[in-house]
Design a protein around this ligand. Structure first.
Ligand code: AMP
Length: 125
């Protein structure tokens, strides 16, 4: 069910529960600013979600409210994880969904890091 992406932040959303350790995840990497784990319904050979540790609903919410250190730390983590997953040579795609037109499901800001095959053109539907 798509969410509106506008908040307020819901502390019961599934990624908040993963961050609190209430729900397991297949962890790829973690540091002070970001947690990365495999998507439960992968749409590519590599489909990893990277989420900031703070309570942010969307990219706009994150970039408006997070500290410079959180923003830099998060995006540095995304780049580092792409490299660690060996996606740099063949390439990858980043997706951040926001709101109904994007079909955002989880109201905690995240990026999808996808690769491992030719992903085709941007949009297929
Ligand atoms: P979005 O539509 O951008 O909000 O994407 C949410 C993503 O979270 C979807 O690709 C789901 O497959 C994924 N997802 C939902 N629940 C879990 C979970 N428990 N562990 C890992 N990924 C999940």
């Amino acid at each position: 069910m798509p969410v509106n992406g506008l908040g307020p932040y819901d502390d019961q959303n599934i990624f908040a529960r993963i961050l609190r350790g209430e729900i397991p995840c297949k962890r790829v990497a973690e540091d002070e600013f970001a947690l990365a784990f495999h998507d439960i319904a992968p749409q590519a050979p590599v489909h990893v979600l990277v989420i900031p540790k703070g309570r942010y609903v969307s990219l706009a919410d994150f970039t408006a409210k997070a500290s410079d250190a959180e923003i830099a730390g998060f995006f540095r983590a995304v780049g580092r994880i792409a490299k660690e997953l060996d996606l740099e040579t063949q390439g990858y795609r980043l997706i951040a969904n926001m709101g109904p037109h994007s079909n955002q499901e989880v109201p905690h800001f995240h990026v999808h890091l996808m690769g491992g095959r030719d992903l085709g053109r941007m949009l297929v539907a």
